[in-house]
Design a protein around this ligand. Structure first.
Ligand code: 3HC
Length: 592
């Protein structure tokens, strides 16, 4: 007989506990919400009130429904009040002794059939369960922040948990409209084990001055479609919570990727815990607010383009789809563009492809016929480097080896006027290798247009050790005129987006290889627990496993950090020709 969950206790009304209480009550479950002090109870009640107020304001909930939610919750400072609950979910701070003490108490207070669950994100559910006489009725129910919004919950079964108990909890979660993902008891479970290595790497980048906090966040939001950038997410989660999770991960994995970056500890010591204290990586209007305000680290758009050189005419060298897209983007933004075709394709082939691309834009209503004609008229074809002599900005977008690209840069160096900016769209070779093929490395900058160029909004502006500041400003102002979001980073393998994304996806492959979870469960955990637009394996299949392997190999070769080494499973799949969507088979099969 499946258990009925009429009444559920929630112990600990911090952000997660209050959110869990709200989820339960809004799905018709009676809740006994426990915390130690009147102050803590009031804070929990305020959180539920704010959240339900917002839902009422957005028309998602009626005032009557909200009243019913509050009618279902009894707030109490007395743990004994959970005695007739069918399930108790503990959500107190991440302290093993405290949790074990509470579980021992709950074991004594609750009736023999009750299930005891912990929302721990970093401690062992098995160790917690050992504080009770009923380890078979102890599970983890790991909710994600904000609990009312995120769709999945990880259910943790220990080696002692009864299969029926797991099934009953899964059924309850279904009733709460949550997708349950059931896994074994391992540090970080699925989502945190994958998420926190990536978040920690973002902190390391920020700490080293690799990029600004805004650029790191924009890179992952705009470049990868994630709902939040990593530093904003850390502020939401709380830096103290993040630190505990990283410690737990490191204690189990012993990999450097999980060793908390020192900056985290310093910020915690200084009381910068994130949104809850009003300051973390960003400064917020008030404690608990989600609205970030400008502070001493905020730079204005004007500062970013200060000293930019004037760009009136653009040159593009190349012929393939990237070159075509850059060309169209520049022409549509109003720049006269000189095309120097490179490789086997003639100018006619390139121009035909561009016209087709513009026709598609007209057909889909993105531009009109007049704009198409004007864009085409802005493009002229060069016969050689000399025809690019008057360009203020020349973009190299050739398909070829480093030597091919260096030859292009040497050609430009000999022909183009002094003061012009040379940009390269490459993401596969260090920009400095290309800059040193010219006599003016200070004028060379990377401009990595994230794909697809016309649709993709992000350009990574890559500054080498030699790039002049006004050249970076010029590239920034230029990208802004193209309607792109520009971020800046250093000339290191993977720049910003790929350097953060691919090791993160690589961790998912390592988790699969270790047989901890399936492709579907890993994808679901990240999509529904963290709001990713696609799961890690969907992203890998989409991006190409060979590309992922190449980026991870470059990162590993550059940093020699074993955490960046690609998983043998990824190497084997690539060797077998399983490259993802483009080959019809990757982590999944495709027939389209
Ligand atoms: N409580 C309740 N509801 C909230 C909320 C909160 N704290 N924050 C946002 N919402 C609701 C809004 O009311 C809105 O609801 P509606 O669509 O029904 O009108 C919806 O969420 C979207 O909110 P906004 O439009 O204000 O803001 P965004 O579109 O920027 O979404 C977000 C906010 C849902 C938090 C989104 O940015 C997101 O998904 N971020 C990723 C969060 C994430 O990764 N969580 C997991 C962290 S790891 C973790 O929790 C594990 C732990 O162990 C550390």
């Amino acid at each position: 007989m499946a258990r009925e969950f009429r009444k559920v206790g929630v112990v600990g009304l911090g952000t997660m506990g209050a959110g869990i209480a709200e989820v339960l009550a809004s799905h018709g479950v009676e809740v006994v919400a426990i915390d130690l002090s009147d102050e803590a109870l009031a804070r929990g009640r305020t959180q539920v009130r704010n959240s339900t107020d917002r839902a009422v304001a957005r028309g998602k909930l009626t005032a009557d429904d909200r009243a019913a939610i509050f009618d279902r919750v009894v707030f109490s400072a007395c743990l004994d009040d959970v005695k007739d609950a069918d399930l108790v979910i503990e959500s107190v701070p991440e302290n093993l002794d405290l949790k074990r003490e509470i579980f021992a108490e709950l074991d004594r207070i609750c009736n023999a059939e009750a299930i005891l669950a912990t929302n721990t994100s970093s401690l062992s559910v098995t160790e917690i369960s050992a504080a009770t006489q009923r380890p078979a009725q102890v599970v983890g129910t790991h909710f994600f922040n904000p609990a009312p919004v995120m769709r999945s919950v990880e259910v943790i079964r220990t080696v002692l948990t009864d299969a029926e108990v797991v099934a009953d909890v899964e059924r309850l979660l279904e009733r709460l409209d949550k997708i349950s993902i059931t896994v074994g008891d391992k540090a970080g479970f699925i989502a945190n084990a994958l998420l926190f290595g990536y978040l920690n790497q973002a902190v390391a980048m920020y700490e080293s001055g690799y990029a600004t906090r805004e650029d790191i966040d924009t890179a992952m939001r705009v470049g990868c479609g994630l709902p939040m950038g990593p530093l904003t997410l850390l502020d939401l989660i709380g830096l103290d919570v993040a630190h505990d999770i990283l410690e737990a991960l490191f204690n189990e994995s012993r990999v450097r990727r999980h060793a908390p970056v020192p900056l985290l500890r310093h910020m915690i010591t200084a009381g910068l815990l994130g949104r809850k204290t009003g300051r973390g990586f960003y400064t917020y209007e008030t404690p608990d607010s989600s609205v970030a305000v400008a502070d001493a680290h905020t730079s204005t758009e004007e500062q970013q383009v200060a000293g930019a050189r004037r760009v009136d005419q653009v040159g593009v060298v190349g012929a393939d789809s990237v070159a075509q897209s850059v060309l169209v983007t520049c022409a549509r933004a109003g720049y006269p563009v000189v095309l120097l075709p490179y490789g086997a394709d003639t100018a006619d082939v390139v121009l035909d492809a561009i016209e087709e691309d513009l026709d598609r834009s007209v057909a889909s209503g993105r531009i009109d016929e007049l704009s198409k004609k004007a864009a085409l008229q802005r493009i002229t074809v060069a016969a050689g480097y000399a025809d690019l002599a008057d360009c203020d900005m020349v973009i190299e977008a050739v398909q070829g080896s480093v030597d091919d690209k260096r030859a292009v840069f040497a050609g430009l160096d000999g022909a183009v006027k002094p003061g012009a900016v040379f940009a390269t769209v490459t993401s596969a070779v260090p920009i400095i290798d290309l800059a040193m093929a010219t006599s003016r490395p200070a004028d060379v900058v990377g401009a990595h247009f994230c794909m697809p160029v016309p649709g993709g909004q992000l350009v990574e502006i890559v500054q080498t050790i030699a790039t002049a500041p006004d050249v970076v400003s010029t590239a920034h102002a230029f990208c802004r005129r193209l309607g792109k979001q520009a971020i800046r980073c250093r000339d290191r393998a993977g720049f910003l987006v790929q350097a953060l994304l691919f090791p993160h996806l690589g961790d998912a492959v390592k988790m699969l290889q270790a047989r901890y979870a399936t492709v579907d469960d890993i994808d679901a955990a990240m999509k529904y627990g963290c709001g990713y637009p696609m799961g890690p394996f969907e992203m890998l299949d989409q991006n190409g496993l060979d590309n992922a392997l190449a980026v991870q190999t470059r990162l590993y070769e550059e940093y020699r950090d074993p955490s960046f080494a690609p998983a043998p499973l990824l190497e084997q799949l690539v060797k077998a020709g399983y490259l993802g969507r483009k080959s019809g088979r990757g982590f999944r099969d495709y027939d389209d």
